[in-house]
Design a protein around this ligand. Structure first.
Ligand SMILES: Cc1cc2nc3c(=O)[nH]c(=O)nc-3n(C[C@H](O)[C@H](O)[C@H](O)COP(=O)(O)O)c2cc1C
Length: 387
């Protein structure tokens, strides 16, 4: 099957990956209320298409912190993506650059910051998880700076890990629980077996001791053990003092926290609920986006960049967020499905699918550029009634 949309890539990933990995990507925390709300609230929004507008010359291009992007889609940080396909983050780095865009590399990536930097001529973003070991955090920040990363996204919605019930049942936890059916299932996924377990060592490249295949579990254990539940605005101030570049807080869901982010010297926020993987019953991201844009967004005369993620599976999903004031969108599962389905080609396919859907929807809305796509493109009366 040649994939026509992101759901096709999802189905291909389901076939190619062992079930534990597919469930890890696909699932959300607890009852998955927020996971579903991200999609269903996006689906409830209706456009106000204008007609008889010349849309023969269209562009999806935008600029973020001085970086020109061919489309307003950035690959979101996905921990351990290099387990879904061989050297997954390097593949994503190349694919996103070919499409004229960029990625935000996770702290918990398999490939290191330096490995990823070596794959690209254009800069990328780095996502930071801060553990109790501040020296490690400082060294990650320095490494990201030296690798030329153009922005740092500090993830702030993971004080503790939300439980994904499927992962617990599958034994995909640290330390892993032996489940006989997983071994059989992995053996039945021969293409993945040859690609990943029989490929180069898989470990967490950004951690001391990461790199050798034996270090995967010890490093994962250390990551969990040293998770810091005491993080507060003090750490934001500290990061602000050591990171010389745009700083974003990823995981903000209220205007109050967005405002505080600006007061603490950040350049903006990523409106995100971690793709419904953390606080279940947190609001869908699209439902809180307008209030955060109103508080800090450039479209409202503010100074903050507002990035958006959660539930984007179609090009028009991203256009809804842009119309409601987002400066750019991150996609998480959409590229993870692509990677799991077809490796590097699948990541490129995911971006190209979204790009072509966005371009068509922009035209059908009677807009030729993202600058023309404002709240007038969305039925706001309906939005206020349903969200
Ligand atoms: C498998 C998986 C791993 C993730 N790992 C990270 C991570 O390491 N750091 C982070 O800040 N967010 C992580 N996220 C959250 C994504 O960056 C993003 O916020 C979310 O996936 C967006 O929702 P979407 O998947 O519906 O597009 C992860 C998400 C998934 C699905």
């Amino acid at each position: 099957m040649s994939p026509v949309n992101i759901e096709d890539l999802r189905q291909l990933a389901r076939k190619r990956l062992p079930r534990v990995l597919f469930d890890f990507i696909d699932g959300g925390s607890y009852d998955e209320i927020t996971l579903r709300a991200n999609r269903s609230d996006l689906n409830r929004i209706r456009f106000r298409p204008r007609v008889l507008v010349d849309v023969s010359q269209r562009s999806l291009a935008t600029t973020l912190f001085g970086q020109r992007l061919a489309l307003p889609i950035i690959l979101a940080p996905i921990g351990s993506a290099g387990v879904f396909a061989r050297r997954g983050e390097e593949a994503a780095a190349r694919a996103s650059e070919r499409c004229g865009t960029t990625m935000c590399l996770s702290t918990a990536s398999i490939c290191s910051i330096e490995d990823v930097a070596a794959q690209r001529k254009t800069p990328f973003m780095f996502q930071l998880y801060m553990s109790q070991d501040r020296e490690h955090a400082r060294s990650l920040v320095n490494r990201a700076q030296n690798a030329g990363c153009f922005a740092l996204a500090f993830t702030v919605d993971t004080a503790v890990g939300g439980q994904r019930d499927k992962d617990v049942r599958n034994g995909y936890v640290v330390p892993p629980r032996f489940v006989a059916r997983n071994v059989l299932d992995a053996l039945l996924h021969l293409r993945w077996m040859l690609d990943v377990p029989f490929g180069p060592p898989v470990s967490f490249g950004n951690f001391p001791g990461g790199g050798g295949s034996r270090s995967f579990l010890p490093v994962a254990r250390r990551m969990l053990r040293t998770q810091d539940t005491s993080i507060s605005w003090k750490e934001v101030d500290w990061l602000r003092s050591i990171w010389k570049g745009p700083l974003l807080l990823k995981g903000v869901l209220t205007p109050e926290d967005a405002q505080l982010a600006m007061e603490h010297g950040c350049e903006g926020v990523v409106v995100s609920n971690h793709g419904g993987r953390q606080c279940d019953s947190a609001p869908s991201t699209i439902s809180v986006l307008p209030s955060i844009v109103a508080a800090i967004g450039k479209r409202h005369g503010g100074k903050g960049a507002v990035l958006f993620d959660g539930g984007i599976r179609r090009g028009h999903d991203a256009l809804k967020a842009i119309a409601l004031g987002a400066d750019a969108c991150l996609i998480g599962r959409a590229w993870a499905y692509g990677l799991g389905a077809m490796g590097e080609d699948g990541v490129e396919k995911a971006i190209r699918i979204l790009e072509s859907e966005m371009s068509a929807s922009l035209a059908l809305l009677g807009r030729a550029s993202l600058a023309e796509l404002d709240a007038g493109a969305v039925d706001l009366d309906r939005l206020s009634r349903i969200i």
